[in-house]
Design a protein around this ligand. Structure first.
Ligand code: SAM
Length: 347
């Protein structure tokens, strides 16, 4: 019952895919099909509202889902169904037009295609390059399928800017990517923040790590979180070693501090962070208007750390009956930055 209550109050979020359609085309389609734009907190049955935090992201009533899924607009990939929280990482990364970006953990590819679209605006110009890694062969196939549908995959003679690679990110050699300045790290996690499974159907994959030694007294959850956070930390430390990297956005769809603030604190203490000058971006660069920030206790009292990261509380917010435009799945985002000189070394 609680689950249904939560999903009923969460909007269905739809991102305009600027690789396939313009904002005007999507808004025209909506008005032709009698959807009215509203600017308040809630969306009714035949209404939609644009997110106050991520431009081009539209909230609909969940009961409009079947209409949207059956529409030409959806079938032609003018829009992508993608939760509000899932749109934060690429938007915060703010990849440079014409730049070189890595998505370390890409399938099923929603954040990759968002990155691709942000880099190729206006349509197809200065589109840059996204190297998108995915280690799991089955999920890699899904990634390629989705990127093709949305017009993001690079093919010979095609327009796309994403180079999908079936590869373990941890086996990549940072020195072979001297041009990469921005990176997304959205690794496997416990998925504990996910209320609305539809967007994340394939994301609850297992991580093949052995239980750490000396953890006999741990509960099953604690052991799993210890494994996951060790893996997540490894991914971030590997990212920090890319020579020209200036910005890394780390995200999970977990509500557990161990995978979120805990990993961030350990990453900041790592040799790679210290040697190369990695710090957290200030709140002003990490959607400052988003009210829910990090868990202070989990940040060991470091208020500046808690303030610079984002949390999303899973499920519906607000008191009304209708879906509220601030509601989404549970999520966590941190943005690491480093100022680099021309030869790629930290200042
Ligand atoms: N960013 C994706 C999106 O928005 O659609 C979701 C990513 S999902 C949370 C994590 C993905 O990372 C999984 O598909 C998993 O197979 C992949 N993965 C885990 N470890 C990896 C590694 N070492 N190298 C590359 N991919 C990895």
């Amino acid at each position: 019952a609680l689950y249904h209550e939560m999903t009923a109050r969460m909007p269905r979020w739809v991102r305009i895919n600027s690789l396939r359609a313009t904002r005007e085309e999507v808004f025209d389609w909506l008005s032709e099909h009698r959807f009215t734009q509203v600017t308040g907190e809630e969306v009714g049955l035949r209404e939609f509202a644009e997110s106050r935090h991520v431009p081009g992201l539209l909230a609909f009533h969940p009961k409009a889902t079947s209409t949207l899924l059956a529409s030409e607009m959806y079938k032609e990939s003018w829009v992508v169904l993608q939760d509000l929280a899932s749109c934060f990482p690429a938007y915060i990364l703010d990849p440079p037009r014409g730049g070189s970006v890595v998505d370390a953990t890409s399938a099923p590819g929603n954040k990759t295609s968002h990155l691709s679209a942000l880099m190729a605006q206006p349509m197809g110009q200065d589109k840059g390059r996204v190297d998108a890694f995915e280690r799991d062969p089955v999920r890699y196939r899904t990634l390629v399928k989705r990127l093709t549908a949305v017009g993001a995959l690079h093919t010979s003679g095609g327009m796309g800017n994403v180079f999908a690679q079936k590869k373990d990110f941890l086996t990549t050699k940072p020195s072979e990517y001297p041009q990469v300045t921005h990176m997304l790290v959205d690794p496997s996690c416990s998925g504990s923040g996910i209320v609305n499974r539809l967007d994340f159907l394939n994301e609850d994959d297992e991580v093949e790590t052995d239980p750490a030694e000396g953890d006999e007294g741990m509960s099953k959850l604690e052991r799993r979180l210890a494994q996951l956070s060790a893996f997540q930390l490894l991914m971030l430390r590997h990212a920090f070693a890319f020579p020209s990297l200036q910005k890394v956005v780390y995200s999970t769809c977990s509500i557990h501090a161990a995978e979120n603030e805990g990993v961030v604190l350990r990453a900041l203490e790592s040799d790679e962070a210290k040697e190369r000058g990695w710090t957290l971006a200030p709140r002003s660069e990490v959607i400052p208007t988003w009210p829910v920030r990090g868990d202070k206790a989990a940040c060991e009292g470091r208020e500046e750390v808690a303030d610079s990261v984002i949390r999303c509380v899973p499920g519906g917010v607000g008191d009304g009956d209708k879906p509220n435009v601030e509601s989404c799945n549970g999520f966590f985002v941190a943005c690491f930055v480093r100022s680099a000189t021309q030869d790629g070394n930290a200042k």
